[in-house]
Design a protein. Structure first.
Length: 243
């Protein structure tokens, strides 16, 4: 397999956008009580459930549904939609303390040294917002193409958003790898388009094959190299050792 391009999801993949301490404090304004660890567990559980069985809503409505389930689970009581809408609006008003994962820059440096084109496909507010975030953490210049669902009017797992990215990069799907932190919305959706989808499961063990699972971005250049070398099992090695 020739790999010409590697594309990435944004939040949970390249950057850590979760602010459990801040969100916990914000929830108290709406008389919701829980600690950051309870919110973290609820957040990750709901994220996994909605990835497996996404709601019919999309965009802001889907985000409100996500937070309604998360807040209800963290607080142990049903949170009504009106409260959730106000909470969600309040999260938009505060600038998140976006952080770059420790493995992100090393992964991007390795891929750029291998002369792969790099891109971002994100379910997000707008392309401009994605560019601002990438600029804040100092990695905007790595990417030749940035696609945002808010700007495009279509979001993952819809195959059209991946196709638009590939068209703008002038790369066929069979020569592209996509990396994201959600098994269905990211990895399987990209695979359905013909790309090689990788599931970045930072909470996992890295043994999954459907979709192929990694636990660190440092594994991406290794997998790409094995794909290009035509090795039978591109998941045979991880950054931390053999599988």
């Amino acid at each position: 397999m020739r790999v010409r391009a590697v594309l990435f999801d944004l939040g949970g993949t390249l950057i850590d956008h979760k602010d459990f301490d801040g969100w916990t404090d914000l929830a108290r304004r709406f008389f919701l009580e829980f600690d950051p660890d309870q919110l973290r567990h609820a957040f990750l559980e709901v994220e996994e459930e909605l990835d497996a069985r996404p709601p019919s809503a999309s965009g802001e409505a889907a985000l409100v549904e996500f937070w309604r389930r998360t807040l209800s689970r963290a607080s142990g009581k049903d949170v009504d939609e009106a409260t959730t809408v106000k909470f969600t609006a309040a999260t938009h008003e505060a600038e998140l303390p976006v952080r770059l994962y420790s493995d992100t820059r090393r992964c991007l440096d390795a891929l750029r040294a291998q002369r792969h084109a790099l891109g971002v496909v994100s379910n997000s507010t707008s392309e401009a917002a994605v560019r601002r975030i990438l600029g804040r953490v100092g990695i905007l210049d790595y990417f030749s193409t940035i696609i945002s669902s808010g700007t495009e009017g279509v979001e993952k797992p819809n195959p059209e958003i991946f196709r638009r990215a590939l068209e703008r990069m002038k790369v066929p799907a069979a020569e592209a790898v996509y990396v994201g932190n959600l098994a269905r919305t990211d990895a399987k959706a990209a695979t359905a388009v013909g790309m090689y989808g990788l599931w970045l499961n930072r909470e996992g063990f890295g043994f999954g094959l459907d979709p192929p699972e990694i636990t660190s971005l440092l594994e991406v250049p290794l997998v790409v190299r094995r794909l290009e070398n035509g090795e039978a099992s591109p998941m045979g090695e991880a950054a931390g050792g053999a599988r």
